[in-house]
Design a protein around this ligand. Structure first.
Ligand code: PBG
Length: 324
C-alpha cells in the first residue's frame, strides 16, 4: 500500500515544467469561436454598453475585425444581426439583403478561410422579441419552423459554412436539414443549440441584440434550469434529427450538463460562455476585484475540462493573445 509519507502529490507540483507535463486539459485557440454583432449602417464600431470590449460592427467594418481574429488563429466566428426594422414575423431574418446575409458575403470574400457560423433565430428580428411566430399570445412551434428553415437557407445561400439554430422549437433541426438538402446545401453543417436553458445570463446579449421579449419570457421554449436528464433528451433528439455539432448553453452554471453530454454522446460538443458570464468577469476585473487574464483562462479551461470541444466566447480574441 502506498500512502503518506511515501506518497506525496505535491512532488509533481514543484515547478512549472513539472506542472505543465502532467496537465490533463489543454485549452487551445483552435477551440474558440468569436461571436460578432452586425448592425445596419456604415463605418460603425460602437462599444456595447453591457459588454465592454465587444462592439456593434457594420458590414463594412466587420471584415477587418474578423481578419484580426483569424490572424490570431481563431477558426470561426458566430454572426448575429440586427435588422433595420422589426416586424411580427421577423422577416429581416430571412431577407436576401438582411444584415447577416450581407455580412456573410462580406466575410467570405474578405477572409475565405474563416469558418462563418450564423445564428438561426427570429428574436433579433421580431417586434415582440420572441424566438418564433406569436399566435394568441403563445409562440407557435410549427408555424415557426418554416421561417427558421427559410432563415437557414438564406444564410447558406449567402455563404455560411454552419447554421446554428438557437430558438429551441421542437423539430427545427429536422426541418432545417431537409430544407438545406432539398436546395443543394447538403454540405452545410448544423450546430444546434440543443440544451439551451432559460437563463438570466443572457441579459447583456439582449441589450446588444435588442431582443428582450416585449411580454412574458422564454420559459415555454427554453429549458428549465433544474433539469439535467431532459438536456440529454434534447441533445439526443437533435442528433437524431441531423445535428452535426451539439451545444450546451450557458456554460458556467451548467458544467455538469456539459460533462454528462460528453459522456453520453460522441458528437462534437460546443459550450456557450454567454454574455452574462463574460460581463461578470469584465465588471469584476474593471473594479480590480479579480485578475482578468487568470479569470478568463481559468473559466475557459474549466469549460474544456468539463468536456466541451468548442467554446463560444466573447473573450476569444484576448484569450487567443494570451494562449499564443
Ligand atoms: C437568440 C440567442 C440568444 C443568445 C444567443 N442566441 C438570446 C436569448 O435566447 O435570449 C444568448 C447569447 C448570450 O447571452 O451570449 N435566441
Amino acid at each position: 500500500m502506498s500512502e503518506f509519507p511515501k506518497l506525496r502529490l505535491r512532488r509533481l507540483r514543484r515547478n512549472d515544467a513539472l506542472r505543465r507535463m502532467v496537465e490533463e486539459t489543454t485549452l487551445a485557440v483552435k477551440n474558440l469561436i468569436y461571436p460578432l454583432f452586425v448592425v445596419p449602417g456604415k463605418g460603425i464600431k460602437k462599444e456595447i454598453g453591457s459588454m465592454p470590449g465587444n462592439f456593434h460592427w457594420s458590414v463594412d467594418t466587420l471584415p477587418k475585425e474578423a481578419e484580426s481574429a483569424a490572424r490570431l488563429g481563431i477558426p470561426a466566428v458566430l454572426v448575429f444581426g440586427l435588422p433595420g426594422s422589426k416586424d411580427e414575423t421577423g422577416s429581416g431574418a430571412y431577407s436576401k439583403d438582411g444584415t447577416v446575409q450581407k455580412a456573410v458575403r462580406a466575410l467570405k470574400s474578405a477572409v475565405p478561410e474563416l469558418v462563418v457560423i450564423t445564428d438561426v433565430c427570429l428574436c433579433d428580428y421580431t417586434s415582440h422579441g420572441h424566438c418564433g411566430v406569436v399566435k394568441k399570445g403563445c409562440v407557435d412551434n410549427d408555424a415557426t419552423l418554416e421561417l427558421l428553415a427559410k432563415t437557414a437557407l438564406s444564410q447558406a445561400e449567402a455563404g455560411a459554412d454552419i447554421v446554428a439554430p438557437s430558438d429551441m422549437m421542437d423539430g427545427r433541426v429536422k426541418v432545417i436539414r431537409e430544407h438545406l438538402d432539398g436546395n443543394g446545401f447538403q454540405d452545410i453543417s448544423i450546430l444546434s443549440y440543443a440544451a439551451k436553458y432559460a437563463s438570466c445570463f443572457y441579459g447583456p446579449f439582449r441589450e446588444a441584440a435588442g431582443s428582450t421579449p416585449k411580454f412574458g419570457d422564454r420559459r415555454s421554449y427554453q429549458m428549465s434550469p433544474p433539469n439535467a436528464r431532459e438536456a440529454l433528451r434534447e441533445i439526443e433528439l437533435d442528433i437524431q434529427e441531423g445535428a452535426d455539432i451539439v451545444m450546451v448553453k450557458p456554460a458556467l452554471a451548467y458544467l455538469d450538463i456539459i460533462r454528462r453530454a460528453r459522456d453520453a454522446f460522441n458528437h462534437p460538443l460546443a459550450a456557450y460562455n454567454v454574455s452574462g458570464e463574460y460581463s461578470m468577469v469584465k465588471a469584476a476585473a474593471q473594479k480590480g476585484w479579480i485578475d482578468e487574464k487568470m479569470a478568463v483562462l481559468e473559466v475557459l479551461t474549466a469549460i474544456k475540462r468539463a468536456g466541451a470541444d468548442i467554446i463560444i466566447t466573447y473573450h476569444a480574441k484576448e484569450a487567443a493573445t494570451w494562449l499564443k
